[in-house]
Design a protein around this ligand. Structure first.
Ligand SMILES: C[S@@+](CC[C@H](N)C(=O)[O-])C[C@H]1O[C@@H](n2cnc3c(N)ncnc32)[C@H](O)[C@@H]1O
Length: 222
């Protein structure tokens, strides 16, 4: 869905983010998040990068996981906190105003799962490289990385079509929020470069949305 770019506008009005993103993605994002979080088990320690209003965080907590959600946007976190209280899940959720650049402060091998929804496309290339390296350090052996995000289509024809659809949306978004997103390039290869193996990749028909499951090798290799 090329309309993911418009989420930058919604982020500037966090109160409307959840309803807006559901309308923009026609519920498809919810389906992707349900698929991804089906990998999470009761009692696991989970980290949600760029948790926003808690779409993935709450799903993981509902499954009985202990979840830490981090985000740089305090207003999004306030909404996530409110939703956690309303869902009686606050006990299992810790929310922190912190960016992926600060992941170095987290203890090595402390999470069974690290997940991220629509956040990698908001990072710079260097931040993404750093985040993936940190994900490997923070995961326990055999731990999972779960990602759903905008992707750059592999084939040239799909890339051109995607660009034609996306360009006006990028322009509108930039005019309204002075920011943009960067559809993630070659995510599977970058995840492998960071030292994780790929368990599964699911691409949308246009190739512009990716759901990826990666795994840190077991046996305590670092
Ligand atoms: C499109 S929202 C997605 C939020 C949530 N994961 C969801 O799926 O509803 C992207 C989120 O990433 C956060 N974000 C962007 N850059 C970040 C960074 N460097 N570190 C942590 N969070 C970041 C934004 O503040 C925003 O809340």
């Amino acid at each position: 869905m090329s309309t993911y770019i418009l989420m930058k506008i919604l982020e500037s009005a966090p109160g409307r983010y959840d309803r807006g993103i559901r309308i923009l993605t026609l519920g498809k994002l919810d389906e992707a998040y349900d698929r991804l979080t089906s990998h999470i088990r009761r009692g696991q320690a989970v980290l949600d990068l760029g948790c926003g209003t808690g779409a993935l965080t709450l799903r993981a907590a509902q499954k009985g996981a202990k979840v830490k959600g981090i985000d740089v946007n305090a207003q999004m976190l306030e909404i996530a906190q409110r939703r956690a209280i309303e869902a009686h899940l606050a006990r299992n959720i810790e929310l922190c105003e912190m960016g992926v650049a600060e992941l170095g402060s987290e203890k090595a091998e402390s999470y069974n799962v690290v997940m991220s929804g629509l956040c990698f496309s908001e990072l710079t290339d260097d931040e993404l490289t750093y985040a993936l390296k940190e994900v490997r350090r923070l995961l326990k052996p055999d731990g999972l990385l779960l990602v759903a995000d905008e992707a750059r289509p592999e084939s040239t024809s799909k890339r051109i079509l995607n660009w034609l659809i996306r360009f006006p949306l990028v322009a509108i978004t930039y005019l309204m929020s002075q920011t943009t997103t960067h559809a993630v390039k070659n995510l599977p290869a970058r995840v492998e470069e960071a030292g994780l193996s790929i368990e599964s990749v699911r691409l949308s028909k246009m190739g512009n949305f990716i759901e990826l499951v990666g795994r840190k090798p077991g046996g305590g290799s670092k």
